[in-house]
Write a protein that binds this ligand. Structure first.
Ligand code: HEC
Length: 192
């Protein structure tokens, strides 16, 4: 009886999408962590500067142009796939998590429920996909005060920003967040 249970647990463990038992190389994870940090810092810096200089409604347009640009530049520099995904998305094309990213977000959300702080929360795994083996990395992003202007509940979002979001992202799902909530993750995918 006990043996059967263990076997079932083992089998269901192996059925997790694509995960393999190979341990990620800590040095490679360090490099991916640094890349994720660069993306977050470059984007955060640009966003803040633009909001201070021209106001949040103008910053929506900047974010639309700059966010994909920073991700594309870092992807080109490293040869890896670098980006951001959301628990709910504004830009469905770039921000929708695939199976592994969705698993990472679900895990982060669970860990936050158990009281872990999102600041240093990350996940790194070697994953086998049809096109080959990859090292996958995700770093949790929590909602800070600044984010509420464009991702908060209707009362937090100025009218000008609402109009701009409606025009640029008619299918926007990335509002209604509260402070400290899990917003998404910076993600890096590196071929092995
Ligand atoms: C000035 C408005 C504005 C502010 C402030 C802002 N965002 Fe965004 N956010 C956007 C826009 C616009 C997009 C879509 C960008 C694109 O088209 O690639 C976006 C997309 C995202 C995404 C990618 C997933 C998706 O939904 O497409 C994440 C993650 C994200 N924002 C997190 C944050 C966090 C965390 C903060 C606070 C540090 C923040 N944002 C502050 C406007 C903003």
């Amino acid at each position: 009886m006990k043996k059967t249970l263990i076997l079932v647990l083992l089998l269901t463990g192996c059925a997790t999408p694509g995960a393999v038992t190979q341990k990620p190389d800590p040095k490679q994870v360090d490099e991916m962590r640094a890349t994720a940090k660069t993306l977050a810092m470059q984007l955060g810096g640009k966003l803040k500067a633009e909001m201070e200089a021209n106001g949040p409604a103008a910053a929506v347009g900047v974010c639309k142009k700059i966010a994909p640009q920073i991700a594309a530049d870092l992807s080109k520099q490293t040869g890896w796939k670098v980006g951001r995904v959301g628990t709910r998305v504004r830009n469905a094309e770039t921000g929708t998590p695939d199976a592994w990213n969705a698993k990472a977000l679900a895990e982060f959300s669970q860990r936050m429920k158990q009281g872990e702080k999102p600041d240093a929360m990350e996940l790194a795994e070697v994953v086998a996909e049809p096109s080959g083996k990859y090292l996958r990395y995700a770093k949790a992003i929590a909602v800070q005060p600044l984010c509420l202007t464009c991702h908060g509940s209707p009362k937090d979002i100025p009218e000008g920003v609402k109009a701009r979001l409606q025009a640029e992202y008619p299918m926007d799902k990335a509002t209604g967040y509260s402070l400290g909530e899990l917003r998404g993750a910076v993600v890096v995918k590196r071929p092995l």
